[in-house]
Ligand binder design. Sequence first.
Ligand SMILES: *Cc1c(COP(=O)(O)O)cnc(C)c1O
Length: 390
Amino acid sequence: MIYLDNAATTRVLPEVFEAMRPWFCDCYANPSGIYRFASEAKAAVENARRQVARVLGVSEREIYFTGGGSESDNWALKAAAEASRSKGNHIITTRIEHHAILHTCQWLEKQGWDVTYLEVDGAGRVDPAAVRDAIRPDTILISVMTANNEIGTIEPIGEIGEIARSRGILFHTDAVQAFGHIPIPVQEWKVDMLSASGHKFHGPKGAGFLYVRKGIPLPPLIHGGSQERNRRAGTTNVPGIVGMGKAAEICLDHMEEWKKKQEELRDYMIQRIKEEIPCCELNGEKERRLPNNINMSFRFVEGESLLIMLDSRGVAASAGSACTSGSLDPSHVLLAIGCSHERAQSSLRMTLSEETTRDEAEETIRILKESVERLRSMSPLYNKYMEKTN
Ligand SMILES: *Cc1c(COP(=O)(O)O)cnc(C)c1O
C-alpha cells in the first residue's frame, strides 16, 4: 500500500511505540498516586509536557493535555466564551476551519453567541485586514487555523495575532495540521491558545494538548478529579502522553530536514501531474502551503470514483477531509475558495509523510494517470469536450 493520507492520521513511529511500551504493563500506575511507582509515571508525563512545550518555545506550565484535537478546539472556544461572557458575545472565525471549530461555533450560536465566519481568498488565505474590519466592541475571541487540513494553506497567524493582541482580544489557533511540521513561534505570533493532536505528528491517537498562555483564564471542560491543575479531569493517559511527547521531540529534531524533503517531493508530484494529466488544477496556494499537501481537481472525474480506483490499486488518498468523505456534500473548504460544485467534487487530496519515497511518488503518478484516463474514457462529457477541442 502507498499511504498518502497523512493529514487524516500518521504512523506511530517505532521509537514512539517503544517509548510508550513500559507504561502499559510494567509501570501502569495512576500518576495521581502517592507511592514511588506512581511518581515515575508522573515524571514521565511531566517530561512529555516539557517535550511538547519546547516545540513551541513556551513554558510547560502552559500545556494542558487533552484527548485530541477536537477536544482541544472545543475547550478553547467554550472556555473563552464562558470566561469572557461579561465582556461581550462576539466571536470571529473563518469559513475554512475544521468541523471541530465550526460545529462548536454553531453550538455557541445556539447558546446566544454571535459568530462571524470570515471569507477567504481563492488560495484559502484569510486577509488580516478582514479580521480587523470584523472586530466589534463586543468581540471576545478570534480563532483562525494555522494551516488548513484540506488544501494545506498556511495562514498569516503572526499578523492576525498582532491585531488581536493590540485590541485585547483572545486569539486561538487550531494548529493540528501544523504542529511538528512547520515552525510555530507562538510568542512572536502573539497566540493566546493553540490546539494540537498527537496522531497528526506520528504520536498515538487519543492524546492532544491545548496551549494556554499564562494569565489567560481557563475554565474546565471536563469536571471531576484534579488532573491537569484542576482543569481537565480524568485519569491521565500516561502511554498516550508519553508517546506524544516523544513524537514532538523527534519532529522538532528533524523539522527542517523533513520539511524540505516533503516540499521537494510535493512540488515534483504537482509538476509531473500537471505535465502528464490534462485538465487538472491545483487547489490552494503554491507557496504558503503545508510541506506534505497536494490537493488537485481533475475535470470530468468524480473524486469518489477516483479514490475507489486508486484504492483498488493500492493507493490510499482522500477526497477532502475524512469527516466529509462518505457524505455527498462537496467540501466546505473548496466551496469557500470559490471552486464550483463540479470542481470540488472532482478533487483529490494526497498528503505525504517524510517516509514517502520517490518510488512511491512515481508509482502513484502512473496509477493516477491511468485511473483518470479510464474514468474519463467512460465520461460522455469528456468525450464531447474532446470532440469540440479537436
Ligand atoms: C484532525 C484535525 C482535528 C481533529 O483532531 P482529532 O485529534 O482527530 O480530534 C482538528 N483540526 C484539524 C485542522 C485537524 O486536521
